[in-house]
Design a binder for this molecule. Structure first.
Ligand code: TRP
Length: 452
């Protein structure tokens, strides 16, 4: 057998993990969640949940991955806890599931880069989105995006994922900073900053019970937890890394990118007098181009800013999609001894096929997203927390201590995981289940929407 791959550098691992965490969630979801839920006051709650929930939970996945040194399902056998293999199975299923429709959205974004170059994406945003997001055009861009993901993952950890994300993540950050600086110069952008950053503690205080789970949920989603992705990435780590320092750095960078995105998206919309949309799958593709079209500079500036903006989103989506495919590929390679290239091609094509309904009809996409985010993700996180907190015990603290130099933190971490994190995740699971199974949706259905 050939030796298992590892990251070439510590920075390589950190950038790959940040690449996974930074995605559509940061660029679209985060600014609006903040704006809608008390602005800077929500930010404070979110930062607290990052610290209290997000960081302990990401460390839990790191501890499993590095200790087991194999794929996310094999990990549990290697730790002598074969009964817990379902934990990794939920995660890998979740990532494969998510990849299927994530790639569809990634394809749309690629199309928008091209559409910004030619200007057609800005000319009639609603019609453009309607035309490219369904049917054959959407299947074609889905195929293009998935092919790119397959090529990078097939190239391996060091020469594929690490090399790619080493360029991708810094580009995203630099370009976003550039866009944020540009946004400052727009007349009328001030209102956007106000919307984003004015603390409204009243909103947080009166809606505490609904805002708290939102902030917790966003922290978990944003760190890509529950998908076995962080387990898999950590399994390629060496023993001398400080998991604690790395986790902290990843969470801070991820939050920083979310903030930056807010400082780009909201001023842009307000400067153009575009109402921040309702969210939803199509919003980023309609309200942003509408805002771009009305920028000063006679169309050309709008197109140029559009190219940069959608390129940022594309790269962010790509580096997340890579991690989704890698979780499943690692399983095929480590557990079944498959070659990396056939594994990446086979699983990538499988995820492509699973994504075809989402590419054809956005109702399917929303359904896949709903199941992934409200069902698989919280179950994945819950099972990881139960495993590390209660089944792994002292092996977990020992693993975290390795390479850390801050041994005192480990017992506090385990205690937090067993109590606060577990409690919060249980609440999130309960709320999501209520939402999914007990609250009828607009068409009086529970989980499966009438499609077509
Ligand atoms: N963290 C990603 C974002 O903010 C979304 C996401 C959730 C994700 N779970 C994931 C990405 C798993 C890759 C893998 O957009």
């Amino acid at each position: 057998m050939t030796e298992r791959e590892t990251w070439a550098t510590r920075l390589g691992f950190i950038l790959a993990a940040v690449g996974s965490a930074v995605g559509l969630g940061n660029i679209w979801r985060f600014p609006f969640q903040t704006a809608d839920n008390g602005g800077a006051a929500f930010l404070v709650v979110y930062l607290a949940s990052m610290l209290i929930i997000g960081i302990p939970a990401i460390l839990a996945e790191f501890v499993i991955g590095r200790r087991a040194n194999t794929d996310a399902i094999g990990a549990f056998r290697s730790l002598g806890k074969s009964n817990w293999r379902f934990v990794g199975a939920i995660g890998i299923l979740a990532s494969f599931w998510t990849l299927s429709y994530y790639s569809v959205i990634g394809g749309w974004v690629a199309r928008y880069v091209a559409g910004s170059v030619t200007g057609s994406a800005l000319a009639a945003p609603e019609g453009y989105f309607g035309a490219i997001s369904v049917g054959l055009p959407s299947v074609v861009t889905h195929a293009v995006f998935m092919t790119t993901v397959i090529v990078i993952v097939a190239a391996g950890i060091e020469r594929g994922i690490e090399l790619a994300t080493k360029f991708m993540v810094p580009s995203v950050i630099v370009l976003l900073i550039g866009l944020a600086v540009y946004a400052v110069t727009l007349p009328g952008s001030g209102q956007g900053y106000g919307f984003f950053l004015t603390p409204d503690f009243g909103v947080v205080a009166t809606n505490f019970t609904s805002i708290l789970p939102l902030a917790f949920g966003q922290a978990l989603f944003s760190l890509s937890l529950g998908f076995s992705v962080m387990i898999t990435y950590a399994s390629y780590l060496g023993r001398d890394d400080s998991l604690f320092a790395d986790g902290l750095l990843i969470a801070v960078t991820n939050t920083f990118v979310g903030m930056l995105a807010g400082l780009v998206v909201l001023p842009l919309l307000f400067a153009a007098g575009v109402q921040p949309g309702e969210g939803g799958v199509g919003a980023v593709f309609i309200s942003i181009p509408t805002a771009l079209a009305s920028l000063p500079g006679g169309g050309l500036v709008g197109r140029a800013v559009g190219v940069v903006f959608f390129a940022v989103v594309l790269v962010a989506a790509l580096s997340s999609a890579i991690s989704l495919l890698e979780a499943a590929v690692a399983y095929a390679v480590d557990t079944f001894g498959l070659g990396r290239v056939p594994a990446a091609v086979g699983l990538g094509v499988g995820a492509f096929a699973l994504g075809i309904p989402s590419a054809i009809d956005t109702a399917w996409l929303e359904w896949f997203d709903g199941i992934g985010v409200t069902l698989l993700l919280p179950l994945g996180v819950l099972s990881v927390v139960l495993f590390v907190g209660w089944a792994m015990g002292s092996a977990a603290t020992e693993e975290l201590r390795d390479g850390m130099g801050l041994g005192g933190v480990s017992p506090i971490w385990l205690w937090t995981l067993r109590t606060v994190v577990l409690l919060v995740v249980l609440v999130v699971v309960a709320l999501n289940f209520q939402d999914l199974f007990l609250t009828p949706n607009a068409g009086d259905y529970y989980i499966v929407p009438p499609l077509g």
